[in-house]
Design a protein around this ligand. Structure first.
Ligand SMILES: [Mg+2]
Length: 173
């Protein structure tokens, strides 16, 4: 029952996927979710994303973005990232977006892979479309990481602060 949501593979990040190996195995097209798969939600294309697409295209790989987000977001990202094939309002997990993406790339379900961060939209849709799916961990915005780090540091400081308070109180008795 739950297996329909299982990805074929899962990795920490889009940026550690061995695309070269997939190419050698005959894969010719990669469909990407955008938000939290390539960049944090709503963020513009960064250097890492731009490099990834230029590397893939040099390799001879076709790419297509498939997002449930709106046109302005997806088209702006596509321009910035240099991945000019894209589908907005893709209605994942519906399979039409995946089929359209393959049509744009001139590939089929056997030589295409899909990469996304959500099980119930991204992965479920790819599986229904018969495409090899790779689940990546959601990219957090950097502020969040900084805040979490600060909290951790805070908790270390607070631990020693409270310990000293306790010791002082004991000495006063
Ligand atoms: Mg996403």
């Amino acid at each position: 029952m739950l297996q329909r949501f299982y990805p074929d593979e899962d990795v920490n990040s889009t940026y550690e996927i061995p695309f070269e190996e997939f190419y050698k195995k005959g894969i010719r097209g990669v469909i990407f979710d955008v938000d939290n798969t390539l960049v944090p939600h709503g963020a513009p294309a960064d250097n890492r994303a731009k490099k990834l697409f230029s590397m893939l295209h040099q390799m001879g790989m076709e790419t297509c973005l498939l997002s449930n987000n709106k046109e302005p977001r997806v088209s702006a990202f596509a321009q910035d990232a240099g991945s000019l094939k894209y589908i907005f309002k893709g209605k994942k997990p519906g399979i039409r977006g995946y089929q359209q993406a393959m049509k744009l790339m001139g590939t089929n379900a056997s030589n295409t892979i899909f990469i996304g961060d959500q099980l119930f939209t991204d992965v479920f849709g790819a599986k229904r479309a018969g495409i090899h799916s790779i689940l990546v961990k959601r990219i957090h915005p950097s502020e969040e990481i900084q805040i979490r780090l600060k909290r951790k540091l805070e908790s270390v400081v607070l631990y020693f602060y409270h310990r000293r308070k306790k010791i002082r109180r004991m000495k006063q008795r």
